[in-house]
Design a protein. Structure first.
Length: 310
């Protein structure tokens, strides 16, 4: 993608900053981020000549003036915390749903070509029909998950009503450099790594035989850009399509860090999903292939980033 004007909401966050970095050299990029979870340090050069940074809340800016010459929108800004959404469901609705509807409305008024929306596998809830297909009925178990499912419906309705092109990407367990150990995205990986580096004992809730489908953050960034360029409207799972147990995950991290520290098991947490795996057939619509065999290499890169930055 070259010579475009692009808006990235939440562009200083874990995933958003990787997308921003991919776009900056060849495009004009506008980032809106209120720094609630994003960091200026997530960008290599926050003073890049192609970057316009608006450090405000999405709901407090004049979207019509910002979107006047924008070609594409990558929408990542959101309350991403499941526990916080349970504590503050009304705020979650305002920040995730109402803000998204306002953004989509401004996109229509300003003839934006396409919106790529960051959704979540959380919309599947406790669905046990593995691997999970995008056609499954959403079963959200938190206000956060419900907000993502609601936004997906609004995206489809704006496509049907106004012709606003979109792709909603349902991320599974994202990991990689720049991830905050307190993040809601696959927090188990940074928690394992940081605990070991701090000479502490990592914790596994339950027996560790629960499974997750992990995906590297740079593959997620590539998915966003591919989705933007693809002639496709709809929902796409973003994952490797392969499950790994939490015990296996810890074993790999332990070996990578060459440590004798062992894990501590605590009782299973109420509400935790036992198994998760994506059907990745729809990724062909955005010309994306992810090699699950790269997992250990990508995990090693993540470990090294934490060693350098923790």
């Amino acid at each position: 993608m070259k010579n475009k004007t692009i808006l990235v909401t939440g562009g200083l966050g874990f995933i958003g900053s990787h997308i921003t970095e991919e776009l900056l050299d060849n495009n004009n990029v506008i980032v809106i981020d209120n720094l609630s979870t994003g960091k200026l340090s997530n960008l290599i050069n926050p003073n890049h000549e192609n970057l316009e940074l608006i450090q405000k809340d999405l709901q407090s800016v004049d979207l019509n003036s910002i979107l006047n010459d924008v070609d594409y929108v990558f929408h990542l800004a959101a309350m991403a915390s499941v526990p916080l959404s349970v504590e503050k469901p009304v705020t979650c609705n305002l920040e995730n749903v109402a803000a998204t509807v306002n953004l989509l409305n401004a996109c229509v008024k300003n003839d934006v070509e396409k919106v790529v929306f960051s959704s979540s596998s959380a919309v599947y809830g406790e669905n046990k029909n593995m691997p999970l297909k995008e056609t499954e009925l959403p079963m959200p178990t938190s206000p956060y998950a419900a907000s993502k499912a609601c936004c997906e419906l609004y995206l489809k309705s704006f496509y049907e009503s106004y012709g606003l092109n979109y792709v909603a990407l349902r991320y599974f367990n994202v990991f990689g450099p720049k991830q905050d150990k307190n993040s809601q995205y696959a927090a188990v990986i940074p928690n394992f790594i940081s605990a070991i580096l701090e000479n502490d004992q990592p914790v596994i809730y339950g027996d560790g035989e629960q499974t997750r489908d992990f995906v590297f953050v740079r593959d997620v960034a590539k998915a966003n850009i591919n989705a933007c360029k693809a002639d496709y409207n709809g929902i796409v799972n973003i994952a490797c399509g392969k499950r790994i147990t939490i015990n296996e995950l810890f074993s790999i991290i332990k070996k990578t860090l060459n440590t004798d520290i062992d894990v501590r098991y605590l009782p299973e947490r109420l509400g935790d999903i036992k198994h998760s795996q994506a059907d990745i057939s729809n990724m062909e619509h955005i010309n994306l292939k992810i090699d699950p065999n790269d997992f250990e290499k990508n995990l090693s890169e993540t470990v090294n980033w934490f060693k350098d930055n923790l």
